[in-house]
Design a protein around this ligand. Structure first.
Ligand SMILES: Cc1ncc(COP(=O)(O)O)c(C=O)c1O
Length: 388
């Protein structure tokens, strides 16, 4: 380059990451523009592939590394990152469904997915049909020539029913229906959906993989290349991107995922058993306990149970008293989501999604058991229960 002004020169760095810099962490690469050596190499690059870089939106070394790690976690081959778990759900719905199609969802599905399918997709001529999450092979009767997508969420993240995964997948496969499973409850380690023949696995990385309550991100993973390419095209059409800083935080969280999950599971089981012994509690909805609908399927298909479960209070206890109990909690904070270090509690008023369940209308509290000592959490519940 001929002599240029300093103001121009400072814009052009020759920086190359140092060879032999043996750090154990993935560098945080920021980029919108990615430059090419020449026009020929620009034309030769394909934005759909992760073996080269074209534009920040389509991937950086940091996001490609996280995608590859999540594919390993889920037991898949191809992963696409989305700006939140809900954005990952939208990516699947919007990439696979078109006017005239029907989508099947469990009645206990994550609420915003239900609302998206009912309202947003509904106005574009897509029909959403909801099935009982413990229906199993009976799902076959609901599948029509218009059914394109079967959503599975097991267990449901509030009412905790565990579905008969092999039966649902077999029914879908026999009619050529694509299956998508929300694997957020399991954190990717406690259920291996691809081993059951599921086509697409999504996860809210916001929760266990990040582990810090400080990131929003989602993932969509497949084994099949053609399906991945369809989703990748949808990803491009939607203009989704995730920041390299956030991707780094999830990469950092992944390293401790298994030990955290083990601790959440141990403490949650301790609390679930304590709650079972309380006279105010009618039912503990924890997939690892026999009281939970679909417990036999959890036992057959899952490798553990993590930190999220619910309990139902005796119907004679008013919602106002339940709210007072939750307000009195000190260690448990009131808040949505899960996966971080701090325990959370949310009171739900049941009565919308599954009118047939025996505890319909009874107050329900969902607990997320974090990394505090279980004995301290029990003390906290014990003092708050005085309000019941
Ligand atoms: C089961 C389930 N799936 C997906 C999501 C969406 O995740 P995000 O909060 O990252 O949009 C949530 C969030 O609460 C969830 O509970």
């Amino acid at each position: 380059m001929s002599r240029v002004e300093r103001s121009t020169e400072i814009l052009h760095s020759d920086y190359v990451p140092p060879a032999g810099f043996g750090s154990l962490t993935t560098p945080i690469h920021h980029a919108s523009t990615i430059t090419f050596q020449d026009v020929e190499s620009m034309r030769a690059r394909d934005w759909r592939r992760s073996d080269g870089y074209t534009y920040g939106l389509h991937g950086t070394p940091t996001t490609f590394t996280l995608e590859e790690r999540i594919a390993v976690l889920e037991g898949g081959r191809h992963t696409i990152l989305a700006p939140s778990g809900l954005a990952a759900i939208a990516l699947i719905n919007l990439s696979l469904l078109t006017a005239g199609d029907m989508v099947l969802l469990p009645a206990n599905v994550y609420g915003p997915n239900r609302d998206m399918c009912r309202s947003l997709l509904g106005q574009w001529g897509i029909t959403a049909v909801f099935y009982d999450p413990v229906l199993g092979a009976g799902i076959a009767a609901l599948i029509t020539d218009k059914t394109r997508l079967l959503w599975i969420e097991s267990p449901g993240s509030v009412t905790m029913e565990v579905g008969d995964l092999p039966a649902l997948v077999a029914a879908a496969q026999s009619r050529g229906v694509t299956t998508a499973l929300d694997n957020t409850w399991s954190g990717g380690l406690l259920l291996r959906p691809f081993d059951f023949g599921v086509d697409i696995v999504m996860q809210a990385l916001t929760k266990y993989p990040s582990g810090g309550s400080d990131v929003l991100m989602g993932s969509v993973t497949t084994r099949e290349l053609a399906l991945y390419e369809k989703l990748k095209l949808g990803h491009m059409h939607l203009g989704y991107g995730v920041s390299a800083d956030d991707a780094y935080l999830v990469l950092r969280g992944l390293a401790s995922l298994e030990v955290r999950l083990r601790q959440h599971e141990e403490s949650a089981l301790t609390l679930a058993h304590w709650l079972k012994g309380r006279p105010e509690v009618a039912r503990v909805l924890h997939p690892a306990l026999p009281d939970c609908p679909g417990h036999v399927f959890w036992k057959r298909d899952f490798l553990g149970s993590g930190g999220l479960f619910s309990f139902v209070l005796e119907p004679s206890i008013s919602q106002a008293r339940v709210d007072a109990m939750v307000n009195a909690l000190r260690l448990f904070k009131i808040g949505f989501s899960w996966g971080g270090a701090v325990s959370l509690a949310v009171p739900y008023i049941m009565g919308h999604s599954r009118p047939d369940v025996p505890w319909n209308g009874s107050p329900l509290v969902r607990l997320y058991v974090g990394l505090e000592r279980a004995a301290d959490l029990i003390d906290d519940l014990n003092q708050a229960f005085q309000n019941l």
